[in-house]
Design a binder for this molecule. Sequence first.
Ligand SMILES: Nc1ncnc2c1ncn2[C@@H]1O[C@H](COP(=O)(O)OP(=O)(O)O)[C@@H](O)[C@H]1O
Ligand SMILES: [Mg+2]
Length: 434
Amino acid sequence: MGPVLLAFALAALAWLLVAGSALRERHPVWFWYLTGYPVTTVRVLVTWRRVAQFNGLTVTHKPSRRIVGDLEVRGEPVRPRAPRISFPRATPMGLSLVVRLHPGQTPGPFIAAADALMHAWRVHGVRVTSPERGTVLITATARDPLERPGLASAPAELLCALVGALESGGPWVIDLRQIPHWLITGATQSGKSTLLARLVCQLAPQPVALVGIDCKGGMELGLFGDRLTALTTSRREAVAVLGALVVEIQDRMRACRAAGARSIWELPHTARPMPVVVIVDELAELYLTDGTRQGKAEAEQCSTYLLRLGQLGAALGVHLVVAGQRVGSDLGPGVTALRAQLAGRICHRVNDPGTAEMTLGDLNKDAVAVAQSITSQEKGVAVCTGTEGGWDRARSHLTTTEEARKTASAYAGMTPELPGVNRALKAPAGGDSA
Ligand SMILES: Nc1ncnc2c1ncn2[C@@H]1O[C@H](COP(=O)(O)OP(=O)(O)O)[C@@H](O)[C@H]1O
Ligand SMILES: [Mg+2]
């Protein structure tokens, strides 16, 4: 009987191991809930007092001075009290808990202790925030979810694009209805064009007009030629197309005013013009001048038109997604004003701290520091604006050239006409009269 039982136990153990590794591979979130989360929870609860003590997160209600005989003794009283924590709540690939601060405590020391918590709990990362007065929220992520961003599902709504994964484990969605215009920065080879490609792939099946402005030879957006209503590869063409788009939004404005609507979304379904997404890769190509008078005039026109689209486009269904290596005023005075219109921000790895500051500085100082810590190995990793005014670290899904070309040809039939824009592209000489 003994050997049979032993063989049975061994077989069961082997099955558990195989099933466990399969679960880990295929359903990492379930694997986390079933094994990682309980273990980490025990670790959090067991170590909390000591960790709090070592990191100066405790308080004491005893006085720090005592009279011993004739002596006054000062010192740290024993048995300091750690602040109370809630039971850790499981999140996909992590956990979160709330700390109730004692009177007199501030979130500062907790934020500083994030690294210590990360090591004590043996997790990939810990982030400390204080969404409410008197409490601190600690969120831990078990593994770097951006190593292999999984394909989560996203709402299939108009002008929404699932472009990657957030560090928190959720989908990274660019929602143009919520934030109409976006700025994407990063050094060369940091993943800007890949993100744009992913965005175009996601918008291609939707009833949306896509206009590409890629003045670095059109190599990136050229892949999507079949699905683009217009693609410009030179600044002269860009001026013509942007000018035509400004005329288009003026028409839309008139239509809205006549119907008593404040945006195209208030117009009846049948009368609503199609949303337009203008995608600009390598912004500097539009702004940098070669010193000639014509070049300067073109740059100024581009600047004026882009700004106009940024200011008026949101309500009229014209959206800007602008990618560039630098967005400083060295490109020209118009860039700062344009930047102010692009509320959505995405910052990949940058070479100069200035660019991270310009992209995220008005959002959050921590976000700037996180963006600056992205290494050159982490291609496609970026810090992005979140939905509730916060920020997140995220990684885009890699879109291959083949995939881009296939998507464009699969949805080529959905490419709408924008008569004004198409006319302007055919006769670019009319650009300077606009
Ligand atoms: N999300 C990603 N995951 C993996 N690799 C990526 C990702 N994004 C970009 N890359 C890699 O980085 C390289 C450079 O990306 P690219 O988008 O061309 O950068 P940029 O436009 O900023 O110069 C690409 O060839 C691609 O292989
Ligand atoms: Mg590029």
